[in-house]
Design a protein around this ligand. Sequence first.
Ligand code: ARG
Length: 257
Amino acid sequence: MKKFVKLAALAAAAVMGASSLAGCGSDDTLVMGTNAAFPPFEYTTTNGLVDEFDGIDVAIAKKIAESMGKQLTIEDMEFDGLVASVSTGKVDMAVAGMTVTPERLENVDFSDPYYVATQVMVVAADDDTITKAEDLKNGKKVGVVLGYTGDTIVTETLQIPEENIVRANRGIDVVQDVKNGKLDAVVLDSATGKALAENNGLKVVEDPEVFESEEYAIAVQKGNTELLDQINEVLSEMTANGEIEALAEKYDGAAAE
Ligand code: ARG
């Protein structure tokens, strides 16, 4: 899958273990902050009584913790609060399909990118009125998730009037509103949008001219180069040995409600 960024140059040299004691937080745990409503990157599976976390990001984070000889702990929270949680040290890192943006870079540092995504529009299967992003400006009711890059694009780039925007806390909520006819479209990240569209009998419309490519990376507290270096080593090794691609295949379409 070419969406995964090749970190080829660094990859061959990546040997884990040298800095196995790097990192912050307590001695034996590494705390990952995320918002587990973003399949296939992070989602909860209800196995037994306790919700368990799974997905591409969860698997990557486990590897990072393992490389440091630590136990991974997951703090599930609203996406909108993640950057603050990282910058105040409440969590060690945010692994959340998080797009690198100039605004976020003011508050946190980002690892090397590990995935390239874009925004897509999720619309009814029989919709023929939305074929490009500009069509959303024709009085369409548009759903987004609060604080996602899709929210910024709909609000600032496309300048959809506020009264036509519905902001939810989870992608599935607004996608269901497209299904039941309350909304005309949802603007959401490509992999998640495709998975949710497929599982709800909806379709995806792309518009690469307006929706540019976005890079997902892991956020750490500003200046925490020790943890950042460790993360980058693991990412480059997982890229080099094909593990990240294998995860993408394994989780393709996973757990989309
Ligand atoms: N890539 C988008 C952003 O950075 C959405 C990420 C949503 N991730 C999540 N775990 N809910 O804004």
